[in-house]
Design a protein around this ligand. Structure first.
Ligand SMILES: [Zn+2]
Length: 362
């Protein structure tokens, strides 16, 4: 059956011996409207809107052909990714099922203020949320701390208080939406966790000396007790940050300690890449997953669950996708070999079926 409930042409897929079928992958943090080949954030707006739309469509196609059949888009300024979401749902263009947040809430001159979600009062926050709901977003996002790619914003600085984030969570919940919080520094992570956001993005415990320097187990306990998910946004380039001059880097040691603390406390991790930021391509979830398995000391099975069943639960899609079960969406990836033995098998899917449509064949 296709998405409209009509019986599509039946096709029998012949899988070669040794091939393995898994559920379609989920990337829980991407930005469809960002071009990863552009290194300076300001230059994102240089190409014409028409050009950017075409490139965005191409990125969605590359994602689904790489086996990513669902993705959560965590922000842009013009809601174009929402038009794309709807075009994909209508089966007009190939791409992953998308969940979108539109413009994330931020403060004046704060992280990604140029996307238009600036709100420094209670009524302004309600207005920004109402504007996103008008555009039919699936989630609400708040920038709880500064970010790496916004000049002048501090990754370790909290942008909203606990009660301000709680207000956003309440307003969003009234409209049936969960909240994702961008959080680097310790204070922002704590505020977001206490306020009851559903997913904590990055969770890097970044301080003046880089990622992981402000690691605080008491904050990790708060995340665990609120049953939030952490989406650590690990991309394939992290594989090159493990060693320098033959030695383990501080970045690796600190990040690994944060992830180990989260795991020990029982906080579930979901696979995410932040695709769209400089050098991080949208179809590269598989290499991010290999890196994530390394940094977070996950078995291949745990890594796969973080990109399928666990992610579907975090995103509220457990009745839609994330496992192979009759009645769920036909989101299937057929790999040449067993990913439980080698996650690298994810790099070369033979077949990909997204919502019942074959989007890749050998
Ligand atoms: Zn992001």
């Amino acid at each position: 059956m296709d998405a409209r409930g009509e019986r599509a042409e039946e096709e029998v897929i012949q899988c070669p011996p040794g091939s393995v079928m898994i559920p379609g992958l989920i990337d829980a943090h991407v930005h469809l409207d960002l071009d990863p080949t552009i290194m300076k954030p300001d230059d994102q707006f240089t190409p014409s809107r028409h050009d950017r739309d075409l490139r965005m469509i191409a990125r969605a196609q590359a994602m689904v052909r790489a086996g990513i059949t669902t993705a959560r888009d965590l922000g842009a300024g013009e809601w174009r990714e929402i038009l794309l979401r709807d075009a994909i749902a209508r089966q007009e263009v190939p791409g992953p099922r998308l969940l979108c947040v539109g413009q994330p809430l931020t403060i004046p001159d704060g992280h990604c203020h140029f996307w238009g979600g600036v709100a420094d009062t209670k009524s302004a926050r309600e207005e920004v949320i109402a504007r996103q709901l008008d555009r039919e977003v699936d989630w609400i996002k708040i920038m709880a701390t500064g970010g790496v790619f916004t000049p002048g914003s501090r990754v370790d600085g909290a942008q909203f208080s606990e009660s301000e984030i709680e207000h956003v969570v309440t307003v969003a919940a009234r409209a049936g939406r969960a909240v994702a919080a961008h959080c680097h520094g310790r204070e922002g992570i704590r505020n977001a966790a206490r306020a009851g956001v559903r997913t904590i993005e990055h969770c890097s415990f970044a301080g003046k000396g880089g990622f992981g320097v402000d690691y605080d187990p008491s904050v990790v306990s708060e995340i665990a007790s609120r049953e939030a998910w952490v989406s650590p946004t690990i991309n394939g380039n992290w594989q090159h940050r493990i060693h320098k001059n033959g030695e383990r880097t501080d970045f690796y040691r600190r990040t690994r300690a944060v992830l180990a603390g989260l795991r020990e406390a029982g906080v579930p991790l979901i696979a995410s890449t932040d695709a769209g930021i400089p050098g991080v391509h949208h179809h590269g979830l598989w290499s991010g997953l290999v890196a994530m398995a390394h940094y977070a000391a996950l078995s291949p099975r745990e890594a796969l669950c973080s990109a399928t069943s666990e992610s579907a639960r975090a995103l509220g899609l457990e009745d839609v996708c994330g496992v192979l079960r009759p009645g769920l969406s036909a989101d299937l990836v057929i790999l040449p070999g067993d990913p439980l033995k080698d996650l690298g098998q994810l790099s070369q899917p033979l077949w990909v079926v997204a919502q019942g449509n074959v989007v890749r064949r050998p």
